[in-house]
Write a protein that binds this ligand. Structure first.
Ligand code: PGA
Length: 256
């Protein structure tokens, strides 16, 4: 599987929608999203229980599916966990790994995130690795240090030979309604890209890695992010939870 050449928009539905609301979302917006998928690669990441129903309602649509997390283990006695293989069976192509809400609320460590990244690749899912600094870390001027530490840890021992998406999500911007200055996001993505280019070489880097910005992206502010050199798309939380705001955002990306 190769990366799409189109701009990539990943919808992180978090725990915001019930199963019924998830299904209604597809009934309301599924056709519009499918039509837009000619110009924008769209990946929906519903909650686990909604993945199969959303897949069935999407039918032959070009809209892709992802999950919000996976277990770092392939299988076994891990109560409550969901494996990468199970996500593949459900029809997922992507999986979010190391989202800041999991790092903070569920104490996911860099080591766990690394295992999840490697496990996702092992089963053939494209990981969407989230990295980003907190407000305190930003105020202390440590953003590059923190994000590079997260990236180095996640890629430790990894031979880059399959697509990976990296989402730069400044934690202090998530859910606030105000994104960072797109030039700032671009600079941070550049820092990560330089690191991974040095590790893997230009060609592997260009073939396998794509970068997203995430944090309070809406239809009204998305364009400068997707126009920025080196940013290939966006990871969207709140603005992806309602059909109108999400289709509006997709249209804005398509027009960029
Ligand atoms: P937000 O969430 O768009 O609501 O800020 C982004 C995310 O958490 O991935």
């Amino acid at each position: 599987m190769a990366h799409p050449t189109l701009p990539l928009v990943v919808a992180n539905w978090k725990m915001a929608l019930t199963l019924r609301e998830s299904e209604q979302f597809i009934r309301d917006a599924g056709a519009a999203l499918d039509a837009s998928a000619k110009n924008v690669a769209i990946i929906l990441c519903p909650s686990f229980p909604a993945i199969a129903p959303v897949r069935d309602l999407l039918g032959q649509s070009n809209v892709g599916l992802g999950a919000q997390d996976l277990s770092w283990e392939l299988s076994g006695a891990y109560t409550g966990e969901v494996s990468g293989e199970q996500l593949k069976e459900l029809g997922c192509q992507y999986v979010i790994v190391g989202h800041s809400e999991r790092r903070s609320h569920l104490q996911e460590s860099d080591a766990m995130v690394r295992s999840k990244l490697h496990t996702a690749l092992q089963v053939g899912l494209t990981p969407i690795l989230c990295v980003g600094e907190t407000r305190d870390q930003r105020l202390a001027g440590q953003q590059e240090l923190i994000v590079l530490r997260q990236v180095r840890s996640a890629f430790d021992g990894l031979s880059l030979d399959a697509p990976i998406v990296i989402a730069y999500e400044p934690v202090w911007m998530i859910g606030t309604g105000e994104p960072v200055d797109p030039r700032d996001a671009q600079a941070m993505v550049q820092v990560v890209a330089n690191e991974l280019r040095a590790q893997y070489g230009d060609q592997r880097h260009a073939t396998y890695l794509r970068y997203l910005y995430g944090g309070s992206v809406t239809k009204d502010n998305v364009k400068p992010f997707v126009r920025a050199d080196g940013i290939h798309g966006v990871l969207v939380g709140g603005a992806s939870h309602r059909p109108n705001s999400f289709t509006g955002l997709i249209h804005a990306v398509a027009e960029k």
